[in-house]
Design a protein. Structure first.
Length: 253
């Protein structure tokens, strides 16, 4: 967040970091986007040219993808958090599990976005899971873009001793991780079901239903980041340019 505030402060010659935060917060509320998501994209998206009327060059617009696997044809009004909540509950239904977690890929990590039925120790320990490094069923599902079943956490070598203990204390004896995959193959995140008892192999029909869900939700998240989040940045740019020109002059390079 601090990096995004500094970026806006410098680029638009704002009066204070508080003013930069206010721009981010207003766009976050208007477009129903989490502040950390908006700040992360702002920091990593290429800067607009000096005096450019837009932050992002004009791009083809696409309608929101349907989410038939969730029983929804459109989910724009739900926002990302609402879609993840609905997707978690659908995964729990398909997997017949009482607990689930939803993580989104962000800067080489899986960031825990939502959960149900898992305690504070679990959410704090797995708040960030490193991709390509820390081995868990979650990171493996993302790294290899495939569903991963841990039939018995107590006996699995996918978790180190600390992680295993945290999961078991959360009441999860088994878990199944589903990658959320965009059409171009990028994994946007992972949803995992957590089970109170050890499980066996998931049958083909259940795996197919989870695959469809993962593909549709991944496609929707990709659309959301390329449409809704960029629209929010355009709103920040337009507001900041107007305020800058009304105050201290043209925005900085």
């Amino acid at each position: 967040m601090a990096r995004a505030e500094e970026l806006l402060l410098t680029r638009y010659r704002l009066g204070s970091a508080q003013e930069a935060f206010g721009l981010l917060r207003r766009a976050s509320q208007q477009f129903n986007i989490k502040l950390h998501t908006l700040a992360d994209v702002a920091v990593h998206l290429p800067a607009p040219d000096a005096g450019a009327p837009r932050w992002v060059p004009p791009r083809p617009r696409a309608p929101a993808p349907s989410l038939h696997a969730l029983g929804k044809t459109t989910a724009r009004k739900l926002g990302q958090s609402g879609v993840l909540k609905a997707a978690m509950h659908r995964v729990m239904q398909i997997s017949q599990s009482p607990m689930a977690s939803a993580q989104l890929a962000e800067n080489g990590f899986l960031r825990l976005e939502r959960h149900t039925g898992l305690g504070l120790e679990f959410t704090e320990y797995f708040a960030f899971v490193e991709l390509g490094g820390q081995v868990t069923s979650y990171s493996l599902a993302a790294d290899e873009n495939r569903q991963i079943t841990v039939k018995d956490v107590a006996a699995s070598d996918l978790f180190d001793e600390r992680a295993r203990a945290v999961i078991l204390r959360a009441g999860s004896r088994a878990c199944h991780s589903v990658p959320l995959t965009a059409p171009h193959g990028t994994v946007m995140g992972v949803i995992s079901s957590h089970h109170e008892r050890a499980v066996g192999e998931f049958e083909a029909a259940r795996l197919a239903a989870l695959h469809t869900l993962g593909a549709q939700v991944g496609n929707w998240i990709n659309w959301y980041r390329n449409e809704v989040v960029l629209d929010a940045l355009e709103s920040i740019h337009a507001t900041a340019v107007a305020e800058s020109e009304a105050g201290t002059g043209d925005p900085a390079d």
